[in-house]
Design a protein around this ligand. Sequence first.
Ligand code: HEC
Length: 176
Amino acid sequence: MLAVLLFAAFWVVLGFMVFFFGIRGGPSAAMDVPGRRGSYAGRRAMAWVFVVTYIAFGIVLPALFLIGNHNSANGQVGGIKLTAAEKRGREIFGERCGLCHTLAAANAVGKVGPNLDQIQPTQQLVLHTIEYGCLQNPPSGSQEACLGEGTMPADVVQGIDATDVAKFVSKVAGQE
Ligand code: HEC
């Protein structure tokens, strides 16, 4: 919103400058008082105002907008805002889980394990699965029991990494 206002302000200011110099016959006419020292300095000052204005509005502001957009794009998945922890989780997911699992929000298309967009696991289930892994034929009542579709290694990631991945997956699965 601020960006839009600044952008509009730039064109308004530019418009006034053009108008001002237009009716006065250009920067030199606006500044020049014949036979006086200082007219040269005045013109130089005007030139600097133009240069600074152009750099500030023409280069710096657009660059800031682009960076700002880039940041907010990274922080969003299909309109869902990610926290810093969830962003970390997405990176870790891409490195450690995406080989085996499909998850649209992480651009992951692995086919070894189940599609997480379909399972839509809770944070707890993801954490539990990471911690204990999955066995295809687990002894009854064991912690490694999963869907029975294959084997997933335990402790692919640990500690805060595991928590961040779990937050990310449970937030975005099936959302994109
Ligand atoms: C080596 C391949 C592989 C990797 C790497 C892997 N998984 Fe799995 N994952 C599997 C397989 C296979 C299953 C299915 C196990 C089953 O159903 O018995 C599974 C199942 C799951 C399930 C479903 C569990 C359930 O009970 O429904 C979740 C959630 C999961 N994985 C999350 C993850 C996360 C998060 C990571 C990254 C930290 C990860 N996986 C890394 C292969 C993998």
